[in-house]
Ligand binder design. Structure first.
Ligand code: COA
Length: 329
């Protein structure tokens, strides 16, 4: 018995933020951004919409793809660092939208950009244990709401989106294999957003204060190096767990943070570039949404076929990291 992805879905908000738009906001240019990151555009959530709106649409598409009605779900999990509000969770609101009144449990996971991989591990364990049979897992973010459009080091990177999968128990061969996640909280200040939490509650807000506390801030250079190292290691660990060599892998779905990071991880693992698809040029970094959106893109584009062996790998604030193997069915 194993755990299988029965359907995928994504939501990419219509509004686009281009490099040319950013040139009007901060001292930067298209060439610098594209050369350093591989990003051309990012999607922005519509005014008045929040993470649960994107997550609901992605979730419904995954349910349609799987041929499952929302009432047949046993659990809804949303991985996000940008929930609609501190409480209740974004997953509660997705549950209200998709299957109101049925009492289906729901909760969020915050492991930043690694959230989808953490979510896969949690959900797989819950299905393996027999607690639940069919679960909706969404990675969803409206992270641009927390980005400082006066800070050229961060505002060029991020976009909004949601990606979802329906996970189900099954007796056939394949499905999810090894999933490993890790963290190093000693590096928490490399990417963080202190404002609005219990350390810097709203009562401490002072408009004359350092605005950096109220937006996502990052030490990009240090993050870059640690991202490459940790993703390479955790990818090797899960491949060893399932006894795959790098040549056995048909597709690497890496967290879409930066083209140079993704290419460096591919090179270190020895995977040829054609097996490492990217949508970072269109999407930017959509944090927990990035891997499930890429998975959905690949499914819709016909690049994923039964029997293929897929490696997913990601990295994020915390620091956190994770990887998973998947045999597509
Ligand atoms: N446009 C033009 N110049 C910029 C710029 C921008 N948008 N952002 C920074 N610069 C400048 C810096 O001020 C610096 O100038 P200086 O040399 O005069 O001080 C110079 O470019 C180099 O800055 P640096 O931060 O060393 O650039 P970099 O090559 O590391 O690229 C990032 C910056 C953010 C693109 C890169 O570090 C990165 O992608 N890191 C990983 C971030 C990430 O993925 N985070 C999320 C993880 S889930």
């Amino acid at each position: 018995m194993s755990v299988f992805i029965r359907g995928t879905g994504a939501d990419k908000p219509e509004r686009l933020l281009t490099n040319q738009d950013l040139e009007k906001l901060v001292d930067t240019d298209d060439e610098w951004i594209f050369t350093r990151t591989g990003i051309r555009t990012r999607h922005l959530a519509a005014e008045g919409e929040a993470t649960s709106d994107l997550a609901t649409r992605a979730g419904q598409r995954a349910l349609d793809d799987a041929g499952v009605d929302a009432s047949e779900l046993d659990l809804i999990v949303v991985a996000t660092l940008s929930p609609d509000m501190l409480t209740p969770s974004a997953a509660n609101l997705v549950q209200r939208n998709l299957c109101p009144g049925l009492g289906i449990p729901s909760f969020d996971i915050n492991a930043a950009c690694s959230g989808f991989l953490y979510g896969l591990q949690v959900v797989k364990s819950l299905i393996d244990s027999g607690t639940y049979r069919r679960v909706l897992l969404v990675g969803g973010e409206t992270i641009t709401r927390f980005v400082d459009y006066q800070d050229r080091g961060t505002c060029i990177l991020f976009g909004d989106a949601a990606g979802a999968v329906v996970l189900e128990h099954g007796d056939e061969a394949g499905g999810l294999g090894s999933i490993r996640v890790g963290s190093d909280g000693a590096c928490h200040d490399l990417i963080c957003l202190p404002g609005g939490g219990s350390l810097r509650p709203p009562t401490t807000y002072d408009p004359a204060d350092d605005r950096a506390d109220w937006f996502l801030r990052m030490q990009g250079n240090r993050v870059f190096k640690m991202a490459v190292q940790s993703m390479e290691q955790v990818a090797k660990d899960v491949l060893a767990d399932v006894g795959w060599t790098v040549d056995d892998v048909d597709l690497v779905l890496a967290h879409q943070a930066n083209r140079r990071i993704i290419s460096a991880v591919g090179e270190r693992l020895g995977v040829p570039p054609e097996k490492v698809p990217m949508n970072v040029a269109e999407m930017g970094n959509t944090s927990a949404a990035s891997i499930p959106v890429l998975l959905d893109d690949q499914c819709r584009g016909g690049q994923i076929r039964p029997g293929q062996r897929i490696l997913m790998v990601g990295f994020g604030a915390g620091l956190t990291w994770g990887a998973a193997t998947l045999e597509w069915t």
